[in-house]
Design a protein around this ligand. Sequence first.
Ligand code: ATP
Length: 256
Amino acid sequence: MIVVQGVSKVYNSGRAEKITALRDISLNIGSGEFACILGPSGCGKSTLLNILAGFERPSSGEVLINGRPVTGSDPRNIAIFQSYGLFPWRTVLGNVGFGLEVKGVPRPEREKRAREMVRLVGLEGFEHHYPHELSGGMQQRVALARALAVEPEILFLDEPFGALDTFTRFRLQEELIRLWLKRRPTIVFVTHDLEEAVYLAERIIIMSPHPGRIKTILPVPLGYPRDRTAYDFIKVREQVYTELKLKPTEEVEYYI
Ligand SMILES: Nc1ncnc2c1ncn2[C@@H]1O[C@H](COP(=O)(O)OP(=O)(O)OP(=O)(O)O)[C@@H](O)[C@H]1O
């Protein structure tokens, strides 16, 4: 579904040296796949996601979605959210229904679908609340419901749970998996949280910085829902640690 061919991105920062944010990225993402892009800060994760979503243009190479080159963002199929980005003057229902309104879905149908989405993310009873009356985790659910309400073919998510506490993050990760299994959109999810990637992804695209490259693509051979404490889960996590060189090596060198 998504084909990335030799994509590079160089930023002309106005200073003497240019920044190569991405160098020669090639990868394929299948229809209905859940892929995570994982890597340390500055390795080009957001740049890559923005190029996939059509918000930025690559310096060279190209991205094809369903066989067509991406030349700009496509609001009909693709939803993206980085922070909550909710409209403060709209209620939960108004926020969730926003994308449907843009699509021209008639009011009764819009409301029905928005209510259904609100229920799916566990916010029943909060339909008429405003964003400032909700916790961070609840606002993130609203953002998730809004993105899913338009039934996007592809969902691009850039560290959506980064600012949340562990409990809320775990719950929303579970919810996202549940919704993905139910509707099967293609999901490309950027994170720098290693465990999050192992919990969510069918494949983890591991990137390394300076310049941003794909280091390796790791399939996660675990079913859903995943158990963070299971032996298999810990084994995969260890593999990712090793790939990212975060695992201490066995050899110890002594200097006198
Ligand atoms: N608009 C821009 N102008 C100049 N340089 C940029 C721009 N956007 C990103 N960069 C540079 O490109 C590199 C990759 O940035 P990017 O934000 O894609 O990384 P990231 O992996 O998403 O980082 P983080 O996890 O910290 O968000 C960085 O060196 C950054 O400074």
